[in-house]
Design a protein around this ligand. Structure first.
Ligand SMILES: Cc1cc2nc3c(=O)[nH]c(=O)nc-3n(C[C@H](O)[C@H](O)[C@H](O)COP(=O)(O)OP(=O)(O)OC[C@H]3O[C@@H](n4cnc5c(N)ncnc54)[C@H](O)[C@@H]3O)c2cc1C
Length: 373
């Protein structure tokens, strides 16, 4: 029997498995499909919230902690697996921040590098931008990471760990509950694998099921407000490099990858668990890309996909124990920022579960649940 059952093998579940197993615990990761193929694969990999000053201090605290951890994490994964997650400090250029005074004050307060740029400096930095941008904000320290590679490396490194077991293509359908004292306890989970129901026992269960978290908690009659928010993205391949930094304007962004590909993101759609792509979104994203860099007209369209973000109120994730249960925890709801927040989110829950000093104050992420009718 494992010390921990982790339900959901996205970036949050896998990094949690890494933290717990590194501390000597045995872990079983249970994943409905293949690990790292849902939101964590679909995302853009910007290692910062978009317009970071518009988020609450709870999101900033996790982002700041995680941003410090990322370079070392990427290097360790490369050394362990030979797969380079391509953490690249490209900087982030924002062209439409009408609240730039608030942004600069926020950056000063949290110690983040941010400069306001004149029109001339914008075009010195990115000469191929469409004309007409008169001011911008520049965050030189922001990086992007090639998230599909990050997930691949993470999975490979965990598969080399004797204390970590994977049950993929295994969908958790419910929890096996025990009766010990006043608090309820979880003895294990019930899952569906190869058309058969199986029971898997563990000392402690953690739900890291991304956008599906709220739905899974329904099996315990608990209301946990984590819901799917669809995002669509495009991948373009220009003949020559057109951009050196991440550029953000009107909520749309371009991310240059090391190999010359360019990501265009993203839509924000409330369509339940529908993960289909649409032509309307494709055209809209493409138009946003051309409006920023007209030269992209000749770029090749390589791919178009959608993913489901785990939405939670104000983008503040739930991290910690589930009230009323002795041995059930949650780590979900990172919304648009799950990649940037992941190392700190997973690290914080590991701190709590292992009785270590928490790296950030856990209070803002505590779950208050109600029983659903
Ligand atoms: C288009 C788009 C762009 C984005 N861009 C960025 C960005 O630039 N920067 C950033 O920080 N974030 C970004 N995000 C957000 C980020 O991708 C997510 O917040 C993050 O990946 C969530 O990770 P997760 O592990 O919680 O969820 P997921 O990666 O979705 O993993 C959850 C896993 O749980 C599994 N699961 C669900 N139910 C069950 C069950 N019953 N039994 C077993 N397994 C189950 C799923 O199959 C899935 O693999 C973006 C997201 C999208 C969609």
């Amino acid at each position: 029997m494992s010390d921990f059952l982790i339900v959901g093998g996205g970036i949050i579940g896998l990094l949690l498995a890494r933290e717990l197993s590194a501390a000597g615990a045995s872990v079983t990761v249970i994943e409905r499909g293949e690990c790292g193929k849902e939101a964590s694969w679909a995302g853009g990999g910007i290692v910062s919230p978009l317009y970071p000053w518009r988020y609450t201090p709870a999101v900033t605290a996790l982002a700041s902690s995680a941003q410090k951890e990322y370079p070392a994490l990427a290097k360790q994964l490369l050394d362990e697996t030979g797969i380079d997650p391509e953490w690249e400090r490209t900087g982030l250029l924002m062209l439409d921040a009408e609240d730039s005074n608030a942004a600069l004050a926020w950056a000063k307060g949290v110690g983040s590098a941010m400069h306001s740029l004149s029109s001339e400096s914008i075009y010195q930095r990115e000469p191929l931008l469409a004309p007409g941008y008169s001011e911008g904000l520049w965050m030189p320290d922001i990086a992007n990471i090639r998230n599909p590679r990050l997930l691949k490396a993470l999975l490979k490194s965990l598969q080399l760990q004797p204390r970590v077991r994977f049950l993929q293509h295994s969908s958790v359908t419910g929890f096996i509950q025990g009766t010990s004292g006043e608090e309820r306890s979880i003895e294990g989970v019930e899952l569906l694998r190869n058309g058969q129901y199986e029971k898997v026992l563990g000392q402690h269960a953690v739900v890291t099921a991304g956008a599906w978290t709220g739905r899974l908690f329904k099996s315990l009659s608990l209301d946990v407000d984590v819901h799917p928010v669809k995002g669509q993205m495009l991948l373009l391949k220009p003949a020559k490099q057109v951009l050196s930094s991440i550029v953000l304007s009107n909520g749309r962004y371009l991310i240059p990858r090391r190999d010359g590909h360019l990501l265009v993101g993203s839509t924000l759609e409330y369509t339940d668990f529908d993960k289909s792509t649409s032509e309307v979104a494709e055209q809209s994203l493409y138009a946003s890309a051309l409006a920023l860099i007209p030269k992209l007209e000749s770029a090749q369209m390589i791919a178009h996909w959608a993913g489901l973000r785990p939405g939670a109120a104000q983008g503040i994730p739930y991290i910690g124990g589930v009230p009323g249960f002795r041995n059930l925890s949650v780590n979900a709801g990172q919304f648009r920022n799950g990649l940037v927040l992941a190392p700190a989110s997973a690290g914080l829950l590991a701190d709590i579960l292992l009785g270590r000093a928490p790296r950030v104050d856990p209070l803002p992420y505590q779950l208050a649940t109600g029983f659903s009718a």
